[in-house]
Write a protein that binds this ligand. Sequence first.
Ligand code: AHG
Ligand code: MN
Ligand code: MN
Length: 322
Amino acid sequence: MPTLAEHLNSQNVPDRLSALLGDITDCCQDIAALLRHGPMNDILGLAGAENVQGEDQKKLDVISNDMLKDALAKSGLVKGIASEEEEHCVGSSKDGDFLVLFDPLDGSSNIDINSLVGTIFSVYAAPDKDNIADADFLRPGHEQVAAGYVLYGPSVMLTLTTGQGTQMYMLEQSRGEFLLFDDKVQIPVDTKEFAINASNQRHWAAPMQTYIADLLKGETGPREKNFNMRWVAAMVGDVHRVLSRGGIFTYPWDKKNPNKAGKLRLMYEANPMGFLVEQAGGKAFTDTIRILDVAPDNIHQRVPVILGSAHEVDICVAYHKT
Ligand code: AHG
Ligand code: MN
Ligand code: MN
């Protein structure tokens, strides 16, 4: 099985992008090592601060953010970074070729129960200027040059796209290398599995209420088949399942806070996952438009997310258009 570097080389991925992906995924190996010994290192629990979005930061949110920031600063390939855990973008190497956005630890409420978490990242070409500002990051997802996540599960897995399909790699611990595991991830177009936080049901908009109610009616309802439900409570885990065997994952708008467009963040959750899903033959929409075509207005902007098996996403989006 080829290593990550070997496979990127076989795809003619430019050397500097390949080096950047190597640096990001090396850092994720260090995060994985830290997580393996989490309880022994006193790194579980709260950091005692909130991030810019008013969410309690876990110690590991802060530690993994610092590790990625340091690794990208050292790489010399990155002009600026933006992160869930940083209010504004952070400038890095003036002659860096790339802008990188990341969610250093997705699903951090899972940490304390030893369940799935991951790191999500999104890469753009850097603009030709010295001083980077938040506005330089506000580009639609279809301009991403690479996107991926590392899932810290029973196996540590990397899922990556540079626009040539979606590939999965598995960490071979003894060699410290990600080895190619699936060179053409393909999401089945139809599915019988959905993922949504059903505790918010009473808050959803009418189209989502109707769509989920129709799924739950099973074979005697309008969909004429029985659906199963799964919810990892970490987008990385739910999207990994969708990429592995199909399904639909949604985190819709809800009226708990009508000013919030959704829970998930466009730039470092929805866009990279949207790129991976599309490159695997799936679809990724807000409730009405393609996620990768959303013109961002803020690096921490939130969007509704509906992604996964192409036919099922079409059906769900159709409920929102009628
Ligand atoms: P994060 O830990 O980076 O803040 O993201 C958590 C997100 C996402 O991973 C997941 O799909 C969702 O929050 C789950 O939230 P709830 O369980 O609160 O609905
Ligand atoms: Mn997240
Ligand atoms: Mn996070």
